[in-house]
Design a protein around this ligand. Structure first.
Ligand code: GAR
Length: 203
């Protein structure tokens, strides 16, 4: 059984796709051990609780400085002894210590075709605003392993999505979620759970 921690910050539609994937068995052999949000108001926490999952908030606001927040996040994740950390719309930079300890065991979903529209400052709607401003005709989503850079780790899966005439950042975001993200993230987890992708050894 692949034990995962899902880290979230907002609406949690990607978390929902994982919950549904486990229920309808498109994701095999996987259990969500904990859902962690940096934001108490995240609707993702409600989604987790209504599926009877362990849901906790570790907010930087409740810590004196970044270092103590980072320590608390690492400590909380360690408590669950998970095999994989899934960043499902987690909009916080992953602390270096966490990346080191879970090397090769953290995946992230990003709402563009990396290396376009990624890196510092590109998250959520901003990604789609930038894609529209540049006038690209095709965008998409990427699932990649997390390394110490921002959106620079090895790519696991990508899917292209067409931009349509009259798109707004919101309509484009929705299409990228529906046509790419909600399929790719469950697919990536299932590939890992079924041993098609090798994870680094636990530290
Ligand atoms: C998703 O579009 C995800 O790809 C993006 O945030 C959104 C979260 O939505 N992540 C990033 O931009 C990471 N750089 P959700 O809370 O409904 O899953």
């Amino acid at each position: 059984m692949l034990k995962i921690a899902v880290l979230v910050s907002g609406g949690g539609t990607n978390l929902q796709a994982i919950i549904d994937g486990i229920k309808n068995r498109t994701i095999m052999n996987t259990e969500i051990s904990v859902v962690i949000s940096n934001n108490e108001g995240a609707f993702a926490l409600e989604r987790a609780r209504s599926s009877r999952l362990e849901a906790v908030c570790i907010s930087p606001k409740n810590y004196e400085d970044r270092e103590s927040f980072n320590e608390a996040l690492l400590k909380k994740i360690d408590e669950y002894n998970v095999d994989l950390i899934v960043l499902a719309g987690f909009l916080v930079k992953i602390p270096e210590k966490l990346v080191e300890k879970y090397e090769g065991r953290i995946i992230n979903i990003h709402p563009s075709l990396i290396p376009s529209f990624c890196g510092v400052g590109y998250y959520g709607l901003k990604v789609h605003e930038a894609a529209l401003a540049r006038g690209v005709k095709v965008t998409g989503a990427t699932v990649h392993f997390v390394d110490s850079g921002m959106d620079t780790g090895p790519i696991l899966l990508q899917k292209a999505v067409c931009v349509e005439e009259g798109d707004t950042p919101q309509t484009l975001q929705r299409r990228v979620m529906e046509q790419a993200e909600w399929q790719l993230l469950p697919q990536a987890i299932n590939m890992i759970a079924s041993g098609k992708v090798f994870l680094g050894s636990k530290k």
